[in-house]
Ligand binder design. Structure first.
Ligand SMILES: Nc1nc2c(ncn2[C@@H]2O[C@H](COP(=O)(O)OP(=O)(O)OP(=O)(O)O)[C@@H](O)[C@H]2O)c(=O)[nH]1
Ligand SMILES: [Mg+2]
Length: 393
């Protein structure tokens, strides 16, 4: 949906982008917002700005409390990542988020029939195979979370920062409606749960650097000239804009304000123990049509929990690589974890930057290879369970 911003708003946005001073930025956001007309086409944009302002305010508060030596009592927006992946657990209230955390990790959280019990993100580690997954319970989502209602700014910040999501629904009340609400809020916050067909990256440069548009893909409904005119009308005159995959005019306009981020998502449908919930589960499956993975569980009866680790591992597309030193007989028992499609290059990088510079070749042991070990180069695509020995010059 087009935002149809007036030129005054576009000028203000240029001022927002031009400053890195948090206080000034906050003020510029406010001024920008005052110029944004209130209609459906700008709804997402207004939400984005409010969230960005909340983040800056939070940052400023923290700095102030550090200076004064007082402990920051404010809400947590970011939780440090641990393990192979940070997975934000999102859902409406009372769906059983805390119950799940308590069931699969050693977190001490409050489970209660009272709505909105959890008001702060709570991280906890779940062991799976020989790796660890960090699950982060977030405050409940309601309609309006993306605009900052209740603890929305926190939940959205956690979801945007995480590597993936568990979207939890309660099977004792309409799960499709819950799914729609949560997906709606995520969408407003420019969090995509399915792999986007295209991507727009805007890398702003200093004044005078000129505008360069690099297209490696296809524009769906506009020409390069129109894209350039759009960017320039939003005062994007000095930047490298990378467009890859299939991208529409609206996608380009959205990227000016905030890039859409994709999070692999697993739907977890809880309370399968309650009578009648199986028909709700089937309705949910019909609605989702296989577009997202779903798992039915009961935290209370501990049903289906044994499948959760595997489902998350697959959804997150994690692969485990066991490295071996040339002088040693056995590979390390602790794997490096990467994402599906990763190559020797990414492995080398995650072990040590120096490895790439001095890389000679690697040897790989894997069941799928006819001969193991096989001598390979940096572009070799790894799979879960591969054993790799890197040789340097
Ligand atoms: N029958 C049944 N009840 C459950 C199950 N899981 C959780 N509950 C109940 O659902 C209620 C809410 O559970 P919580 O785990 O606190 O839910 P939450 O999503 O963390 O809720 P908030 O943090 O308040 O948003 C509690 O009364 C739980 O006992 C389940 O598998 N089956
Ligand atoms: Mg809770």
């Amino acid at each position: 949906m087009p935002t149809n911003l007036p030129p005054e708003a576009k000028d203000k946005w240029a001022e927002v982008e031009a400053t890195n001073d948090p206080k000034l930025k906050l003020q510029k956001y406010q001024e920008f917002l005052a110029e944004v007309p209130q209609h459906k086409g700008t709804m997402k944009l207004r939400g984005t700005i409010k969230r960005k302002m909340a983040l800056i305010r939070k940052d400023l508060d923290e700095k102030k409390s550090k200076r004064t030596g007082l402990r920051s009592g404010g809400p947590k927006f970011f939780v440090e990542k641990e393990g192979s992946a940070q997975i934000a657990l999102v859902g409406m209230t009372n769906v059983g988020k805390s119950s799940l955390l308590a069931a699969v990790t050693n977190a001490k959280v409050e489970v209660s029939p009272v709505p909105f019990t959890s008001r702060d993100p709570v991280p906890s580690i779940m062991n799976f195979k020989d790796i660890q997954l960090q699950i982060l319970e977030t405050p409940a989502i309601i309609e309006g979370s993306a605009d900052g209602k209740l603890w929305g700014s926190q939940t959205i910040a956690c979801a945007r920062n995480a590597d993936g999501l568990i979207l939890m629904v309660d099977l004792t009340s309409d799960p499709v409606a819950q799914l729609q609400t949560v997906l709606g809020e995520l969408e407003k916050a420019r969090i995509a749960t399915s792999k986007p067909k295209g991507k727009v990256d805007i890398d702003r440069k200093h004044t005078g650097a000129a505008l360069r548009i690099v297209l490696v893909g296809k524009l769906l409904d506009c020409s390069m000239q129109e894209v350039e005119a759009l960017l320039r009308s939003h005062r994007v005159n000095d930047a490298i804009v990378k467009i890859s995959g299939e991208v529409s005019y609206d996608d380009v306009e959205e990227a000016i304000y905030e890039t859409t981020t994709f999070k692999p998502t697993l739907i977890v449908a809880n309370k399968l123990d309650i009578k009648g919930s199986d028909s709700n589960f089937r309705a949910l499956e019909r609605y989702v049509q296989g577009k997202l993975p779903i798992i039915g569980i009961s935290c209370e009866q501990r049903l289906g929990l044994e499948k959760l680790g595997e489902k998350m591992f697959n959804t997150m597309e994690i692969i485990r690589i066991y490295t071996k030193e040339p002088s040693k007989k056995d590979p390390s028992s602790k794997p490096f974890t990467l994402r599906r499609g990763a190559t020797i290059q990414e492995l080398a990088k995650s072990i040590h930057g120096e490895f790439i510079k001095n890389f000679a070749y690697a040897r790989v042991w894997a069941k799928r290879l006819v001969f193991s070990p096989q001598k390979v180069g940096l572009t070799f695509v790894l799979e879960d369970g591969d054993i790799v020995e890197i040789h340097t010059k």
